[in-house]
Design a protein around this ligand. Structure first.
Ligand code: NAD
Length: 349
């Protein structure tokens, strides 16, 4: 298992492997870049088939965090952690405490938070061993509801602000009467449906489970459509809010929406999709620019002097960032993701 020769090695500052014999913990922490500040990123617990698979994931995810934090103007760098194991079977308090000690050994160069398989309780157990744990404090809220540590509401609000800005940029108008198809109405997608409905848009929704579809239909007047064909609807915006890879070889020709903008991470199945969308005159809002509300939320919850208003203000700035990316892409004749990557990389150096 080579590291420096790995195809996803991207000048990472530090990659550490850790094994704790007593608890069986096997984990990797990758710190990609700390030029803008200590690295911040979630911890994923997953039954990786091999150490190689875990290494690939942590390398990719940690560099992605540098881009996301830089584009969100956070004084943070990019890092990520993975624990090799099944979160339903292999979790214990002792294991999380061992992970906390591993995090602590970075002396603040890496700050851990939740990701798939890791919840607030796990973070609290890690926090008993390190002060460099986040995502377990809930002080400020973007929508007036009681904050509970879930960054979903902030992510949804940021996605809404970004969609509004992209629509204004392309059509010169607000969301009143616009049609928007949301694929996946979970934590983020359902709240997004609410914001869009309140702004006067008509919503189409799909999911693999019925429960939230019915809520979207009853509360926000959404039309429920077939999940297999939602991407091909003749709407103004297609918003992927489920899994990654919504833009792929099989879907690219079918899109009729002029804008693709959603919360899902890694929406482009591969790097050629960025150019393919541009050639089809579809405006793609890079996922990590649009869904940064969550990381902004986690950052603010660590600040003693933030407030609901400050949190909301920084998240609404995602709209301005979206416009900057779209304008530069237009001026330079380049795909939007390429432009966003260049801006972010120039910030973290
Ligand atoms: P979630 O699990 O709450 O919701 C995902 C929804 O998609 C669920 O309702 C699920 O049933 C549905 N779904 C799953 N597979 C599907 C498929 N093949 N087709 C259609 N629907 C499908 O997750 P979430 O927190 O709402 O996050 C949504 C996306 O946004 C994810 O890609 C996540 O990585 C990304 N994201 C989330 C946050 C956050 O703060 N929650 C932050 C940044 C990025």
């Amino acid at each position: 298992m080579a590291l420096f020769e790995h195809s996803d090695f991207d000048n990472h500052e530090q990659v550490a492997f850790h094994h704790d014999k007593l608890t069986g913990l096997k984990a990797i922490i990758a710190v990609h870049n700390t030029n803008l500040g200590p690295s911040l990123g979630g911890c994923r617990m997953w039954p990786y088939a091999s150490s190689d698979e875990a290494l690939t994931d942590v390398l990719r995810l940690s560099s992605g965090m540098s881009y996301k934090a830089a584009m969100a103007n956070l004084p943070k760098g990019g890092g990520k952690a993975v624990i090799i194991g099944n979160p339903r079977e292999h979790k214990s308090e002792a294991l999380m405490q061992a992970m906390g000690r591993f995090v602590d050994s970075f002396n603040g160069r890496y700050i851990i938070a939740e990701d798939s398989g890791i919840n607030v309780q796990d973070i609290n157990q890690m926090a008993s061993q390190t002060k460099y744990a986040s995502g377990n404090k809930a002080r400020y809220s973007v929508d007036g509801t009681q904050p509970d540590g879930n960054p979903g509401p902030s992510t949804s609000y940021g996605v809404f602000c970004g969609i509004k800005a992209a629509v204004k940029h392309l059509y010169g108008s607000d969301l009143q009467g616009k049609t928007i198809a949301i694929q996946g109405v979970g934590n983020v997608g359902l709240r997004l449906a609410k914001y869009l409905h309140q702004a006067g848009a008509h919503i189409f929704v799909s999911d693999i489970f019925e429960e939230n579809l019915l809520i979207a239909h009853e509360e926000f007047g959404a039309t429920i459509v077939d999940n297999k064909t939602i991407h091909s609807l003749d709407v103004d915006v297609f918003a992927p809010c489920a899994l990654g890879g919504a833009v792929n070889e099989n879907t690219i020709e079918a899109f009729k929406a002029k804008i693709i903008a959603g919360a899902a991470n890694n929406q482009l199945a591969n790097s050629t999709m960025d150019l393919a969308l541009m050639n089809r005159r579809i405006t793609y809002v890079p996922d990590y620019v649009l869904n940064a509300g969550g990381i902004i939320d986690i950052h603010h919850q660590t600040l003693d002097d933030s407030s609901d208003e400050k949190l909301k203000h920084q998240i609404s700035n995602i709209g301005n960032t979206v416009v900057t990316v779209l304008e530069q892409a237009q001026e330079q004749g380049l795909p939007t993701q390429q432009v966003a990557n260049k801006i972010a990389a120039s910030r973290f150096g």
